[in-house]
Design a protein around this ligand. Structure first.
Ligand SMILES: CC(C)(COP(=O)(O)OP(=O)(O)OC[C@H]1O[C@@H](n2cnc3c(N)ncnc32)[C@H](O)[C@@H]1OP(=O)(O)O)[C@@H](O)C(=O)NCCC(=O)NCCS
Length: 200
């Protein structure tokens, strides 16, 4: 059975949470860092598909989800929606300074309370994305195909440019983005931000 890519279906949400967790340690399984397996997906997966389901594509094999690409066409609009609709309940569920769990878990709780801080360097790149594929789906061109689908959809929506951020502890992903033609927008101690202008 070969790989396929299809639009997101609401029944994919549990798989998105799982894939997000299993790739959250710089592309590798982060299960052991979290007391609560849902925390990562609350930040990096679920809000996107609830707010903009048309911007999520699912990689499957034998109908089973193995990867996804998702994102937003407008980071400021998405951020405002998260502040209004998504984060308030979660901030109560995951209080700041609870001092439980790993440093990574505490960092994500801090991020949840901070909300999406949009750096002015990204103003010219309104959309942003996340892409994650489990090991069995990696390395055979699936990442490139998911990215093509996502960028075509952004084009249909008349989006002018997109950005993403990747940790320096994930050199494979950095090479992938460079290879696909993304250019560097910002480079700091721990992460690189890449961008791409879209010709509409
Ligand atoms: C990063 C990721 C999305 C790439 O997807 P993939 O399916 O493995 O990559 P593909 O097979 O589609 O590769 C596309 C191209 O990039 C190149 N590429 C991919 N990874 C590369 C690497 N580590 N080094 C050099 N080139 C690489 C491939 O050679 C390929 O080139 P070609 O199309 O010209 O032959 C995927 O590996 C993944 O999800 N990893 C775990 C989660 C993760 O790190 N997500 C990113 C978080 S920012």
């Amino acid at each position: 059975m070969s790989f396929a890519i299809r639009p997101f279906h609401p029944g994919d949400i549990p798989a998105l949470y799982r894939i997000c967790l299993h790739t959250a340690d710089s592309g590798k399984d982060a299960t052991y860092f979290f007391d609560d397996p849902d925390l990562v997906g609350h930040i990096y997966a679920a809000p996107y598909v609830i707010f903009e389901p048309e911007l999520c594509f699912i990689l499957t094999k034998a109908e089973q989800p193995l990867g996804y690409i998702l994102g937003t066409k407008s980071s400021p609009v998405f951020s405002a929606w998260c502040e209004r609709e998504w984060f308030p309940v979660l901030r109560q569920r995951y209080p700041l300074h609870s001092k439980t769990g790993s440093a990574l878990q505490q960092r994500l709780v801090e991020l949840m309370h901070l909300g999406h801080q949009i750096h002015p360097d990204f103003d010219a790149y309104p959309a942003h994305l996340h892409i994650d594929i489990l090991p069995k789906g990696q390395g055979g061109g699936n990442g490139r195909k998911l990215m093509r689908k996502f960028l075509l959809k952004l084009g249909e929506l008349h989006v002018t440019a997109v950005h993403l951020q990747v940790g320096k502890s994930n050199p494979g992903a950095i090479k992938f983005y460079q290879h696909l033609g993304f250019h560097e927008i910002k480079n700091d101690e721990k992460s690189v931000a890449f961008g791409m202008h879209l010709s509409n």
